[in-house]
Every structure is written in structure tokens, then in C-alpha cells.
Design a protein around this ligand. Structure first.
Ligand code: FAD
Ligand code: DLZ
Ligand code: SF4
Length: 510
């Protein structure tokens, strides 16, 4: 009899057509899935993320068995759990006399390297759930002076045919972003997000997670994520019907008490494989073709997926395993306690950290222009910032989190992703949110009592990094504004920014 091969399916590879399963033989091979301490603990994940991944894994394993696969599934509390993916493969190989493993490339260098060094023979397949392969991205990047997303995105539009009219972009432009920066009018509310009641499988996982991970940052209950493809599909239907029409207009808006506004909360589902990203885009395109949503909404949404999502993955694999340790701006400050729910007077940060703690979610502008912006202005060590984002969000996997944090948000890659750092004073936050209205600080106050910290730190950042950014044409205007300020005011701004940072470092509530 031919020895069986093991077929490894990781917690973010829950797709029936995943490459390793496609390469396998149902009559011969054995699927291995394992809940292991190494994966639940490589960072202190938000309890909701662990509950989501383990619930979805258990349901996926049951589906495979129904389809006729032999599945060896290890639960986290199984007595002989080897504790790591590599260890579980060895244990199962011994049990079944297997020598070879079929696997799909993991989304993290840490695991890729562990599998590469594994004593069994591994056949690693490319993860073909993405539109752009590593090779295609390398070819696109080859010889380019700068790797801007916009040009990559156009290639993906051509490749998929999404929103194309022959060789031209539908609606006469590739990008309708200029329509997508509306300030939120008073009382703006998004639709109620869909909620999925935990069934027996999820309830069992919730108890396990509660018993083991209650020390991790984040609230486990109420838990309302979808955990199988059917539920995820319902979340997609709900988004298209209720939120997508306004997605473009209010994509950058932030409103107190509105965690989602018109965002989709589909990233956790796409990232583990419960939804196919291309299918999601085709559904959105169809809604536009049917006249149900405007072009700026459909284009804006599709760009996030076939543009940004594919692009950041390309960058992660192109740049290599050292990407997460980059620190181009030499920032060394420790992440302030307020990121872990410590008290703060800054309303914007309090709102975003609170949503993160409750829901393991914050939308893109909250991540980029509130928590990310503040960390960058304050000069926090990007390694610490990266670890925070990897820990606290339900959609966090290194291939997507690291380029967004290290590159887009913290400029720690020196400008591979962003042509200038995403920094702003309080002005931007006041324009795009209602946070400032209920803040102890005054957003229009530039110095002295009640000055908004973003106003002070913005200049502090620009002056700290003057040598690097002064000649950047997109930033020259700000340096000219600084020069026009009177000298005494400039000294006051910098001294107050320093004093603020000192108070924060000393653990005072700021
Ligand atoms: P929507 O606003 O509804 O967007 C639709 C989809 O587009 C998302 O589901 C997502 O798949 C995709 N998308 C949008 N923006 C991006 C982007 N910049 N990069 C990649 N995909 C994008 N996204 C993650 O999936 N995992 C992460 O760990 C993650 N970490 C981030 C860290 C920082 C510092 C920043 C600034 C962004 C990060 N993002 C991450 C990107 C983005 O913020 C999230 O994808 C988005 O907020 C998810 O919510 P949503 O599904 O409601 O998105
Ligand atoms: C995120 C996660 C968690 C919390 N737990 C597991 C697990 O127990 N078993 C598993 O196979 N995968 C898990 N995952 C997903 C992996 O961490 C993910 O596959 C890698 O980070 C590569 O993207
Ligand atoms: Fe944030 Fe400043 Fe507005 Fe307060 S005033 S919410 S600190 S931007």
C-alpha cells in the first residue's frame, strides 16, 4: 500500500479549494489541522481573534470530513498536543507512517522558515487565493524606481477585467478618491452590522478561550463574528445591500459610537478563506452594474481589495523576512499604556482603542490617522507598534499587517510604500470626525493650556526629521509654514511637545 501523505491546513487556509487540498488525493492522504500553543501565542492575540480562528477551523474540519476527507484534528486542550505546527506534523507522520507533507505557503516568514527546516519532506504550493503571484509582483516591481500602489492597481484591473470597458476604466477614471473624502454630517449613522449568534461549536470555543486567554487585551463577549462560509456570505450580502452605497462617500469619516460606519468588516473572513476576495469584488461590480451603488463606492471598495490588499502582500514577500525590524526614522519610544486601554484625555485615541478592545476591529482611517498617526508623531519604536497591530485585530496576519504598519503607517521602511509619512495635526481629525467636540483638549488651540497634542507633536515630528523630509515636494509647503511662524512661537511649540512626551513617558495621564 502507498504511504499516505499529510495535507497541512492552517487556521487561515480555510478554503475548500486551497492549493494543498487540490494537490492531494482524498483516497490516500490525511488532512492535518491543529490548534497549537505556538500559533495561539506567538503574540497575545485578542481573545475574539483566537475564538474566531479556532471556531472557523473546527467547522472547516467538519466540512472536510463530510466531503469524505480523513482529517486528524488536534484541539488545543488535547493531552498529546505537540504545541506547534511542526511538532504536530511529526506526531501525525509517526502515527500514520507518512513521510511527505503537502502544504500551502503560510502567510508569515516565521512559519515559512519553520516548515522549510522541517525534517519531513514538504511540498509547498503557492497560495493561489491571491490575484497576483509572487513572480508577477516581482516582474512588476523589477526596474521600477518607486513601487506606488496606483500603477499596480491598474494592472490588477486589467488582469481581472473588473470595472473595465474594453481597455478603459469604467466611468472614465481609474480612481474616484477625490469623491471619497467627505466629512461626516451631524448624526451620520451606518446600518446595524449583522450579528451571528454563537452555536454549539462556537460556545465551546468561547469557553476554552475564556479559560486560557482572559489575560490578553480585549473583550471576548459578546462574540458575533461569522465562522463559516454561509454566515460570511450573509455578512457580504448585508454589506452590499446596506453599507456599500455610502462606502465611498464616508470612507475616511469617523463618528463616535459608530465602529463600522459604512465599512464592511469582511477582512477577517477574506483573510482566513471563508470568502473569496475576487468573488467579493465581482459581487460589488454587479451591484454597480445593476445601478444599486455609485461608481465611487464600487471603485473605492474594489481598489482596497485588488489594489491595496494584493499590493501589500506583494511588498511583504518582495522585501523579505527583515521587513518587520526596519526602523528608518530611528524611533525608540515605548508604546504608551493608553494603547492597552490606559486612561487618556485624547478623545480620538480613547474611541479607537475602545473599539479595538471591544470588537478586535477599527476601520482603516482609525488605524492609520489616529492610532498610527499618534505613534508616528510620538516616535514610538515601530517594532512595538507592529506587535500591537498584530495582537489586537481579528484580521491581523503578518503578510497584511506588517506592510500596513511598518510601511504605510510608520514610514519605517523609509518610503517603500508611502511617498510621504501619514502624519497630521488635529485639524485633519477635526475635519473627518466628531471626536474633537467632546475632547478635553482644544483642536484649535495650538499652544498653551489645552493645546491638542497632535498640533504640538506634528511640528515636533517635522522638525525632528527635517533633514529627511524638507526636500520632499509633497512636504515643502509645511516647512515653509514653519519658517513663517515667529521664532518665539516655534520654540514654545517644540518645548511643549517635549514636555508632553515627558509627561506621557512618566506615566501621567495625557
Ligand atoms: P473595508 O474598509 O470595508 O475595506 C474592504 C476590504 O479592503 C478590507 O476587508 C480589506 O480586505 C481590504 N483593505 C482595505 N484597506 C486595506 C489595506 N490598507 N491593506 C490591505 N487590505 C486592505 N488589514 C488586514 O486585513 N489585516 C491587518 O492586520 C491590517 N493591519 C493594518 C494596520 C494598519 C496600521 C493599517 C493602517 C491598516 C491595516 N489593515 C489591515 C488595512 C485595513 O485597515 C483593514 O483591512 C480594514 O480596516 C479592514 O476592515 P474592513 O473589512 O471593514 O475594511
Ligand atoms: C491566528 C491563528 C491562531 C490564533 N491559532 C492557530 C492555530 O491554533 N492553528 C493554526 O493552524 N493556525 C492558527 N492561526 C493562524 C496562523 O497563525 C497563520 O496560519 C499564520 O500566522 C500564517 O499566516
Ligand atoms: Fe484628538 Fe486633538 Fe481632537 Fe482631542 S482635540 S480628539 S486629541 S485631535
Amino acid at each position: 500500500m502507498v504511504a499516505p501523505r499529510l495535507v497541512l491546513v492552517l487556521g487561515d487556509q480555510l478554503t475548500l479549494s486551497i492549493a494543498a487540498l487540490k494537490a492531494a488525493d482524498m483516497d490516500r492522504d490525511i488532512v492535518v489541522m491543529a490548534e497549537v500553543a505556538a500559533e495561539t501565542g506567538y503574540v497575545a492575540h485578542h481573545p475574539k481573534k483566537i475564538a474566531f480562528v479556532l471556531s472557523a477551523m473546527r467547522k472547516f474540519a467538519a466540512r472536510l470530513q463530510e466531503d469524505g476527507w480523513r482529517v486528524c484534528y488536534t484541539r488545543l486542550d488535547d493531552e498529546d498536543n505537540a504545541g506547534s505546527i511542526g511538532g504536530e506534523l511529526l506526531r501525525r507522520a509517526e502515527e500514520h507512517g507518512a513521510k511527505e507533507v503537502l502544504a500551502t505557503e503560510p502567510g508569515e516568514w516565521r512559519l515559512i522558515e519553520a516548515l522549510r527546516d522541517h525534517p519531513l519532506t514538504l511540498h509547498i504550493q503557492q497560495d493561489d487565493r491571491f490575484i497576483c503571484s509572487h513572480k508577477e509582483f516581482e516582474d512588476w516591481a523589477e526596474g521600477r524606481k518607486s513601487l506606488r500602489m496606483e500603477y499596480f492597481y491598474r494592472e490588477m484591473r486589467r488582469k481581472t477585467g473588473l470595472l473595465m470597458e474594453g481597455d478603459d476604466p469604467a466611468g472614465g477614471a481609474w480612481n474616484f478618491d477625490s469623491d471619497n473624502r467627505k466629512s461626516p454630517p451631524k448624526g451620520l449613522e451606518g446600518p446595524e452590522p449583522p450579528r451571528f449568534e454563537p452555536d454549539g461549536v462556537v460556545r465551546q470555543v468561547l469557553d476554552l478561550v475564556e479559560a486560557r486567554f482572559s489575560e490578553n487585551f480585549g473583550k471576548l463577549r459578546p462574540f458575533r463574528f461569522a465562522t463559516d462560509p454561509e454566515e460570511a456570505e450573509k455578512a457580504l450580502d448585508h454589506f452590499i445591500a446596506h453599507a456599500l452605497p455610502c462606502f465611498g462617500d464616508y470612507q475616511d469619516a469617523m463618528v463616535r459610537g459608530q465602529d463600522l460606519l459604512f465599512h464592511s468588516l469582511l477582512s477577517p473572513y477574506m483573510n482566513v478563506g471563508l470568502l473569496d476576495p475576487l468573488e467579493v469584488c465581482r459581487r460589488v461590480e454587479a451591484a454597480w452594474q445593476a445601478g444599486d451603488v455609485p461608481i465611487n463606492a464600487a471603485e473605492g471598495f474594489i481598489r482596497q481589495i485588488i489594489g491595496w490588499r494584493e499590493y501589500v502582500r506583494g511588498i511583504y514577500f518582495l522585501e523579505g523576512p527583515d521587513y518587520t525590524s526596519r526602523n528608518a526614522l530611528d524611533h525608540t519610544r515605548k508604546l504608551p499604556a493608553l494603547y492597552w486601554g490606559g486612561e487618556t484625555e485624547m478623545r480620538c485615541l480613547r474611541e479607537c482603542v475602545d473599539a479595538t478592545r471591544r470588537e478586535a476591529y477599527a476601520h482603516h482611517i482609525q488605524r492609520l490617522m489616529i492610532t498610527g498617526n499618534f505613534a508616528l508623531l510620538a516616535g514610538v519604536d515601530p517594532g512595538e507598534v507592529h506587535e500591537w497591530y498584530l495582537e489586537v485585530y481579528a484580521d491581523a496576519y503578518e503578510w497584511v499587517e506588517a506592510p500596513n504598519t511598518i510601511g504605510m503607517s510608520q514610514f519605517a521602511d523609509g518610503g517603500v510604500i508611502a511617498s510621504k509619512p501619514y502624519v497630521s495635526s488635529g485639524n485633519y481629525i477635526a475635519k473627518m470626525s466628531d471626536y474633537c467636540k467632546s475632547c478635553s483638549y482644544g483642536v484649535t488651540v495650538k499652544t498653551g493650556e489645552g493645546a491638542c497634542p497632535f498640533n504640538l507633536l506634528y511640528w515636533h515630528f517635522l522638525i525632528r526629521h527635517r533633514a529627511r523630509f524638507e526636500d520632499n515636494p509633497r512636504m515643502a509647503q509645511m516647512y515653509r509654514t514653519w519658517e513663517r511662524m515667529d521664532a518665539e512661537k516655534r520654540d514654545t511649540v517644540l518645548a511643549e511637545a517635549e514636555a508632553f512626551l515627558e509627561r506621557m513617558d512618566a506615566g501621567e495621564v495625557v
